[in-house]
Design a protein around this ligand. Sequence first.
Ligand code: GLN
Length: 444
Amino acid sequence: AAEVANARVEEVEGEVNAFVTTTPEIALDRAARVDEGDGAKKPWDGVPMAVKDVLSTRGVRTTCGSKILEGFEPLYDASALLNYGEDLVMVGKANMDEFAMGSSTENSAYGVTRNPWDLGRVPGGSSGGSAAAVAAGEGWWALGTDTGGSVRQPAALCGIVGLKPTYGRVSRYGLIAFASSLDQIGPMTRDVRDSALLLQAIAGHDPKDSTSANVEVPDYLSELEGGVSGLRVGVVTELMGEGIDPGVREVVERTVKGLEGAGAEVGEVSLPHSRYGLPAYYIVAPAEVSSNLARFDGVRYGLRVPAGGVHEMYRQTREEGFGDEVKRRIMLGTYALSSGYYDAYYAQAQKVRTKIIEDFRAAFSRYDVLVSPTSPSVAFEIGSKTGDPLAMYAQDICAVPVSLAGLPAISVPGGLSEGLPVGVQLISDHFTEPMLLRAARAVE
Ligand code: GLN
């Protein structure tokens, strides 16, 4: 399989640009080790994988899509990768929006990734490289990360399955932080069964990540074929109206009818505060960015711009190393946390976050699974939103309430609109991934 994946990378990478770094030798070496019987003990051993370039890989350049990490080679592997196994057949490090900030992969310092469905369109983001790699066959599956939709939205736009696990389900150790209270690693796969398998491979408690949950890991395959008979499914009213393309809405409605036909009990559910999700997210996430990205100063990692004096070196390294969106977020976050504005912005956003959590709690007292679109539109043209950050942020409208509440959610291809894939988002309560996967299996 490694040979085939490598050949596919050779074949299409010139057009797709799914990777910042390809690692064909690593893929072949490790595949050989698995073949020799050293490692092929688990069902996922030997499966070629694309790894988002925000996950630390020992001795392999890890850039986060940023110039500031040019040439940085981590000293250790992310825990999620080690959980998977030493013989991970990695075909390459997947392209992404710089430090995972964006919804189109256009914010990468290593060029835009193109959507394999239409090379003039974006693959979504920030895990656009991972999604495009899977959609183009450059890896059988991939790992992405999701802070405010970055696994789900690119999966939707590339016609694959993307799962954001419950916050704390997968260790964040070795995942270069964007917004620590939201970040979560997730599987990006061709189908729901693979999603369950890959989650099995990466989930679990890790003492190295204090936010990783000490909750037993269930067998994610066990319920998969159980069907949806009697499952209570709630369609989220606020995420089916304004701002959602009619073609996308139609696919979601059709999917819900399908679930009903399969025996689910369908109703409507309101998440009244979900419309404040975007403004709350775009305060909370940048606030965490302003702190997390302070470490990139030219002293420890990657790029250093030599200058007279250490402060000038910091300044010039950050000026040259960071792209526009990252700078915008650092400024927004620093402002929201500054004295005199903290209460008006950050504290307020945290209150909204609590309201959103309460909305979901009420919803889950009546429903098992909630349904919405993953993204308000299908894949858009490259360049069409780069001049308008707010239009780009609006892409995340269906994804961020889930992130703020730390819930698991999965995007499953539901059909086509304008000949392009539409993702349907299914949401469930904390640590109920087996049920979520079962519902998703009934959709695909
Ligand atoms: N598009 C969102 C943002 O730019 C989400 C990114 C993510 O989940 N990493 O912040």
